[in-house]
Design a protein around this ligand. Sequence first.
Ligand code: FEO
Ligand code: CA
Ligand code: CA
Length: 626
Amino acid sequence: MTDKDHSRPSADAWDELKNPRPMETDFDRVVASALTRRGFLSGVIALGSAAGAMGTLLTTTAARAQAPVFPFEGVDITTDSTIHVPEGYEWKLLARWGDALFSDAAVFDPAQGVAFASSTRVFGENTDGMELFQVDGHTLIAVNSEYSNNEVNLPGRHAEGKAATAEDAQLLRNIQGVTVMEVAEGADGWSIVVDSPWNRRITQDTEMRLAGPVAGHALVQTVSDPAGMTARGTFNNCGSGKTPWGTYLTCEENFNGFFGATAANFAQAAEQKRYSLGAESYNGYEKFDPRFDMSADPNEPNTQGWIVEIDPADASSIPVKRTALGRFKHENAEVVLAADRRVVVYLGDDERGEFLYRFVSDAVYVEDQPTDTLLDAGTLSVARFTDDGKGQWIALTPEATGMSAEEILVFARMAGSKVGATTMDRPEWVAVNPMKAEAYCALTNNTRRGVKPNAGGDETPVGGPNPREKNQYGQIVRWTPEGGDHAADAFAWDLYVMAGNPARHSDAYAGSRNVTAGNMFNSPDGMAFDSKGLLWIQTDGDDSNEGDFEGQGNNQMLVGDPVSGEIRRFLTAPKGSEVTGLCWSADGKTMFVGIQHPDAPFPDGEGSLPRSAVIAVKRSDGMAIG
Ligand code: FEO
Ligand code: CA
Ligand code: CA
């Protein structure tokens, strides 16, 4: 979800408005952050090992093979309403909000959007994380629809951005969630295979199973399921993940925005406060359905905020919420196997000052053996970074936290606070390098760094991988696990890049040395490695092209070389949109990219509502693209 200003605040801004964070920082922390900046300014490279490693990065370029790492010239910034890719590449639409998955869906109305009767039969709104699967020789894409832009989705019939009727609230619920669709490439490019038996919409009402330690616990017993074994729907599906056994992981992020409380005497519990669950919700569903009213059903929000596993190969399968992976504002779920083939999942919690997590399964993955319970038992840990370039994964155990095993998972944020996890600058996607044992996390920005604590009152001091106060640009941290094993508890870290604006600043806010006037950007968010080991970086930031962001243009996708540190701009997106979601065709010749919340006239031209979309990008010469 973007940080840009709509007619209503962003989810982040809403949470802070309705659930004010504690007092401002004390003087000591301001002094400490100023010292850090001076260190950077003097060229001493005093940001822990972060900037030191950046120096290393930039001296290793010569060691690379002679073949060009990037076979294209970087594109300039743009401020228009379409997509630009380098010379030698081309893009086409694959799917837009409202495109039919089934032939009984009504044709999209460019003025009114999706008809209620068709709202579960079409491609969903606000595309986000996605993954590609090959099933019986067919190509399937599972893709999230993160949220609704009610001004767009309910043209002329919303109240301050919220649905005004129960039917409209239901329509919004129907166009969010997950789409599974078969796609195929023909003479005109890629398109949806309408009526494919794999096509499926999973919405905010689809029945789900709860699995893992929390299933059946009192904390998830609800009015609709007093046994606490099921959940209704999936909410605010942000990033994604893919398991080695061919399932899709969808990640529930700002779920709190769907729950309110109508009782006048509603009192926010500490656990609700930590998750920004308050009386007035962002989306207003509680007005129409007691399920979203915490006064009537206090545990219902505890069934949201999880990682959900979906089998794309079976359109009748019941999605499973994997509670062992913890409950927070999940960004994505990056899966990698440990040296002994235990399953490691890296997980970011995208809120200012929240934490970075890791799950390690108890059991190992064995090909062709059952995987039904692999994600149900294991250890959830949080990251603690130190200024010396080292870090530790701290296991969230009852002994360490004083909480029960189930409470640790439902209220993972509170458990993380108890063990002193490092407060981060909004962890977005994690991506693991296929060529080397290292992982990267986009820390998108945090304008409250060094100024305000997180929602739990944990301080957010400047330092370590979060080296700038009031960080409006973001950075990418990476870590190498000890012994090259992602299950190891110790790691070494550095910063791959600090975004910034070298045309506006000459201090740390200029960015790291691999940021130039020619490639600058802000707010890294989506990330994925290609098969060659290059890191693709998508942005969701301020696209005003003014002030601190002058010269950065619309949101964009760049590609970075982990070895040299070089970063080059590959794609610029339509005004108003963020770029999010990325996967490749099985032959590597097509890259699918998500364009979320564009402004009109993208993509259908003047007079049409704007439509989020997935595009297919190819090289004009037909060679592989990643
Ligand atoms: Fe849905 Fe943190 O982005
Ligand atoms: Ca994101
Ligand atoms: Ca974002």
